[in-house]
Design a protein around this ligand. Sequence first.
Ligand code: IMP
Length: 206
Amino acid sequence: MLLKTKKIKKINKQQANSEKSEGGLVKILFVTSNEGKFREVEEIGKEFGVEVRWLKMEYEEVQGDDLEEIARRSAELLSDEIRGPFFIEDSGLFIDALKGFPGPYSSYVFKTIGNDGILKVMDGVSNRKAKFRAVIAYFDGERVRTFIGEVHGEIATEKRGGMGFGFDPIFEYQGKTFAEMGEEKNEVSHRRKALDTFFGSIVGMP
Ligand code: IMP
């Protein structure tokens, strides 16, 4: 596997932890440079009594064609830099008519051709089915565990809505794009599904 050459900022190791405070609140460190992602995860965490702390940084992301493997390997590499538990999350948009593309290459595709490019590629295509997949890779201090969530929808024919981030304006779920749904997105998204299982496991729920 190749490594993406991303600049690693120095980490304050003291920032990294997961602990139970006196009030019983679980605190856990989320490593991401994406504020949109962090805000969604923070909100969902509150429902579980989990305080999500943000370590805003870019990190070396392993390249590959399997999202789960990418997230797992990236977390393993990061565990050399961060002492104590933390998690990362890797997502991808998989379009049926493009045989799952961009999938693990979603970040690159978003940065290069963006939503307009996807709409152009999908122009005139009748099968508009797509899914988002989120993989959380949690380093518990000893090993990495992964948690997966998916949501099925369609690629819209035009960008709609002003909320969210990334592909949200072109991903339609039951008639509305994620960018039109605002906080409703958090109830149904791929990230929500992965977090339900992850937070459920760290706060000891089934
Ligand atoms: P990554 O997980 O940050 O590597 O995400 C890959 C690409 O998918 C990035 O361009 C993100 O902006 C985009 N992306 C990730 N999650 C979402 C989401 O919930 N909605 C829309 N786009 C997303």
